[in-house]
Write a protein that binds this ligand. Sequence first.
Ligand SMILES: Nc1ncnc2c1ncn2[C@@H]1O[C@H](COP(=O)(O)OP(=O)(O)O)[C@@H](O)[C@H]1O
Ligand SMILES: Cc1ncc(COP(=O)(O)OP(=O)(O)O)c(N)n1
Length: 267
Amino acid sequence: MERKHVLTIAGSDSGGGAGIQADLKVFSALGTYGMSVITAVTAQNTLGVTAIQEIDSQVVQLQLDAVFSDIRVDAVKIGMVSNHGIMDVIAQSIQRYQPPHVVIDPVMIAKSGDSLLQEDSIAALQNALLPMATIITPNLPEAEVLLGCKITSILEMRQAVKELAGKMNTQVLLKGGHLDGDAVDILSTGREFSSPRIDTPHTHGTGCSLSSAIAAYLALGEPIEIAIAKAKEYVFQAICHAFPIGKGHSPIHHFYQWDQGGRKAWD
Ligand SMILES: Nc1ncnc2c1ncn2[C@@H]1O[C@H](COP(=O)(O)OP(=O)(O)O)[C@@H](O)[C@H]1O
Ligand SMILES: Cc1ncc(COP(=O)(O)OP(=O)(O)O)c(N)n1
């Protein structure tokens, strides 16, 4: 079968658990060819983020042109984009090159509590970038910012996902990782994707990995609901197989399939 090509446009996580590094691991684990446009470099590990250097928007533009002018792009995932200048450049490139699928994870705050989006760029995120999406995948705090109200239960999630889809004029997968009980994500069609909640601190990068896996499965030709179901199962298994790295919240195990039936990679 022809190899599919997936592009991530996101920030770098030096600890390797989230951002560009997580996205490229997901693309490889799912058998696609990964490419990257870096929007910011974060100094980050399992404990948090200590510095952010945004990439000049002209350099972001040159990365986008380098990829799109040479290589067929079957799907795009967009993650951390911290300022409106970079958002505008990305939105214009999506308009120009028209990739078939665009999955946007509207990254605002890392689980460590560190902010990854400038506050004055929230409007640009809504007005310039989100309209480019095939689907957006906010977590609960991000959906609360986009809607301007609290979401505290599955019942409220069902209502919120429909309101968000109307407001943003796009499909929405509202992730329920921040609630208690089963981990339930709700699509704006009403379909729900549920898994048991794993009792673990090692969930760094789950949101990045879910959106990247959805993009990879869309590139592989899966319809949206199957792409989400497969991506959710992939992330669930990767959480189940996470192993400790560093002193804080470890990343999930992107290549857990490699360990199955054999020796664990870290033994
Ligand atoms: N402890 C957990 N057990 C099982 N699934 C989880 C757990 N935490 C998060 N998930 C799942 O991981 C994905 C990312 O969710 P979430 O943590 O809400 O996003 P983010 O990383 O953007 O904050 C979702 O599919 C969510 O249901
Ligand atoms: C560079 C970078 N991008 C995105 C995130 C957020 O990642 P996420 O998958 O939401 O996981 P947590 O960091 O919240 O665990 C990030 N941390 N860094």
